[in-house]
Design a protein around this ligand. Structure first.
Ligand SMILES: N[C@@H](CCC[C@H](N)C(=O)O)C(=O)O
Length: 311
């Protein structure tokens, strides 16, 4: 199963990075010469037989990505495209932690020059995203969040049921898109959150068409701290990966869901989401199109570099 031919990947340099413990293999492909198969990605991300990672990210010129070339016509500054793959080799539209690790990698590779306070645009399967370098870490504007099953969610505030392994009953949930799909469940306390078995994918019905990431979230008591920031704690089972230490788009979806459920009271715009790998910030900000954008912020670092070997 893991004796995949690495083909032209043999000899390719890589970096290993993470953002709040969500870890990635990162490769630069400036000539768009690397064609990745799902088997190769799964082999490289394997934690025993490979480098290990929740996903693999290829940095490739947007102009050379079939189907997405128009993004660089739309915005010539979106030179680099984040080609993101889950550890099982499947393609996902977006990765909020990955995009911060990606920006950090582009800087470290000397592929972009980005000073604190400056922003870059990047291409992605979820559209062009803006990343800003902060004193500590990066902020990415992931754009508007949305309800996946809009009519049902608006009528009932929930739209699906989720059953984690070992539970006798399913619990209500809300499905949210951040460019990629999420299904969020609120739990009453941290003991229940800690005891969850997320080794296997929770059952979700109805499930969004292309599968879903499942977030379990516990709002803090009180929800809003003196600084006006709402605090929640989250665990996640990621589509195409399994349980991870953090999920950036998942943190945004979790904050958006809790905010949606609490919409009868004041709308809270600043959120801190604690995950097993650290804390990320989520901000909901009105945009000039009359909607609201979702800004994810948090750290990112590279921990190693190497060369992919031939088997
Ligand atoms: N960990 C990521 C999300 C990665 C993609 C996800 N597994 C999916 O299939 O949608 C994040 O930080 O957002």
């Amino acid at each position: 199963m893991y004796s995949t031919e690495l083909g032209q990947l043999a000899g390719q340099t890589f970096a290993k990075g993470h953002a709040t413990g969500n870890d990635f293999v990162l490769i630069a492909d400036p000539e768009a010469a690397v064609e990745l198969t799902a088997e190769q990605v799964a082999a490289l991300c394997h934690r025993r037989f490979g480098i290990g990672g929740d996903g693999l990210i290829r940095a490739v010129p947007t102009a050379k990505v079939p189907g997405y070339e128009q993004q660089v016509t739309e915005n010539p500054e979106a030179y680099w495209f984040m080609d993101y793959r889950n550890s099982d080799g499947s393609i996902a539209e977006m990765c909020g932690n990955g995009v911060r690790a990606f920006a950090h990698f582009l800087i470290a590779e000397g592929l972009v020059d980005l000073q604190i306070g400056q922003s870059i645009f990047i291409g992605s399967r979820a559209g062009i995203k803006t990343i800003t370098r902060l004193v500590e870490g990066y902020a990415v504007n992931l754009g508007p969040w949305g309800l996946i099953f809009e009519d049902k969610a608006e009528a009932d505030s929930i739209d699906s049921m989720v059953k984690p392994r070992g539970w006798e009953q399913a619990v209500p949930a809300l499905s949210i898109t951040m460019g990629n799909p999420h299904t969020v469940v609120a739990l009453p306390d941290l003991d229940m959150l800690e005891s969850l078995d997320l080794f296997v994918e929770p059952e979700v019905a109805p499930k969004p068409a292309n599968g879903t990431n499942v977030e379990f979230v516990v709002p803090n008591e009180p929800l809003i701290e003196e600084d006006g920031v709402a605090q929640v704690t989250m665990r996640v089972h990621e589509r195409g990966v399994g349980e991870t230490l953090s999920c950036g788009t998942g943190a945004c979806a979790a904050a958006a869901a809790v905010r949606y459920w609490a919409r009868g009271t004041a709308l809270i715009n600043q959120w801190a989401v604690s995950v097993p790998g650290g804390v990320v910030g989520v901000e909901f900000r009105a945009n000039e199109r009359g909607g609201e954008d979702t800004i994810l912020s948090g750290p990112a670092e590279l921990v190693a570099r190497g060369v992919i070997g031939s088997k």
